[in-house]
Design a protein around this ligand. Sequence first.
Ligand code: SF4
Length: 290
Amino acid sequence: MTTFPSELLPPMTSASQLQTWASCGRKYMAKYVLHLTPEYRSTALVVGSVVHSVLGFHYDERKDGRTVSRELLQRITQADLAAEIAESNLRWKDETPESLEAEVTRLVSLYLDAHENDDVTETEVLFEIALEDPETGEVRGRSLKGYFDFILSDERVVELKTAARAWHPDDLTRHIQVGAYAYAHMTKVGGMSDLDVRVLVKTKTPRIDSFHVARGEPATRWFITAAWAIEEAILSGIFPPSPSPMCGACEYRKACASLDWSTVLEQPPEQSSVRRALPMLAESDHHVLA
Ligand code: SF4
C-alpha cells in the first residue's frame, strides 16, 4: 500500500471527512488536503449552523439556571445570521436574508415547542476514539473525532439535523454520520448506543422526524468496515473524481475543472492560490460538450 504523506492530512478523521470522501475523492482532496477556499457556501449550511448555535445557546443558558425568552433567541438568530452572511460567500437562490431569518426562527420554534424542557446536561461534547473493531480489538486508520450535539441527563445523545427532504428509516442503515455517532456513543457507554436523531425537515410545513438508533456490536460493524476502507484509500492518497449530477452544486466545481490535478501537490501549500491551472472552460463552451 502506498502511504500518502501524513503531514498533508488532518491528524484525525471525522464523519464529515469520511462522508466527503465517499461522495467524491477529489472534493476531499480540495477541502482537506489542499485547503482550497470553497467557491461558495450554501444557504442550507448557514441555516443548519445557526439553528444549532441558537439551540445550543438555549440549552447552555437553561443548564446554568437562566430562562431564555423567545425574543432573545430571535435577536441571537439575527446576530448569528448577520455574521454568517458577512463572512461567507453565500450562493443565493430565491432566498433573502429576511427569508433565511424567518426559516431559522420557524425551525427553532418548532424544535423548542417539542423539546424546550429537555434535560440537556452538555452541548457540543467532543469525542475522540480509535476506529477499533469491538470484537477483535483491531485498530485501523486515524482516530475518529466529532462532537455530540446534546447529551441528556439519562446519557442519551441527541443529534440534530436539518434537511430539505424527509429521511426514510432505511436511510439510516448505511448512513456514515449516523453510523459514526452510534459507534462513538456505543464505545463511550460500553453497550448499546442510545442515540436520538432528530431531523428538522424544511418542507413547506416544517416538521421534526425522530429516529432512535440503538446499536451494539455487530450492528456497528458496517460502519467500522466502511470507515476502514475509506481511511485506507485516504491514507494511500487515492482521491478520484466522482462526476455526477451533484457536481452542479459542488463548492469546488471551478477548481475541479481548471486545476491540473496530476501536478497539484508538487507546489508548496503556500502557493495554493497559484497552483498550476488548466485553461478554464468558459460557460459558453459548455454546450459544445453537451
Ligand atoms: S465537481 Fe464533481 S467531480 Fe469535481 S470535485 Fe466536485 S463533486 Fe467531485
